[in-house]
Design a protein around this ligand. Structure first.
Ligand SMILES: [Zn+2]
Length: 112
């Protein structure tokens, strides 16, 4: 019997059956778009927890205190133009849940 060098896997996103070249590969998805989708889900699930959101917030703030990071950030901000169609969320409609979260965050910011 020939040595098995490839295996079939089912994509966790679109359920397509795809070939994995080596049995040791632990691919969970069939393609780049599906891989991005699974990454999006992992991130979404991570930030569902208040504890993880707090952790990320603290990490971000701590990082911004580092002078070299701060400098790069300010340099980037000079070039940034988020007006109209340059805005990352231009043309997208936010869900009601997302809008509620954003206004709650703004409220919290104002109270500080
Ligand atoms: Zn897929």
């Amino acid at each position: 019997m020939p040595k098995q060098t490839s295996k079939e896997s089912t994509c966790e996103i679109c359920n397509t059956i795809f070939h994995v070249k080596y049995t040791s590969y632990k691919r969970r998805t069939c393609s780049k778009p599906c891989k991005n989708e699974i990454a999006r889900e992992i991130t979404k699930n991570y930030y569902l927890s208040e504890e993880n959101r707090q952790k990320a917030s603290v990490r971000g703030k701590e990082t911004m205190w580092r002078p070299e990071v701060r400098l790069k950030y300010l340099k980037g901000m000079e070039k940034r133009d988020f007006k109209k169609e340059n805005h990352p969320s231009w043309g997208t409609t936010r869900s009601l849940e997302s809008r509620d979260r954003m206004s709650a965050a703004q409220q919290k910011y104002k109270e500080q």
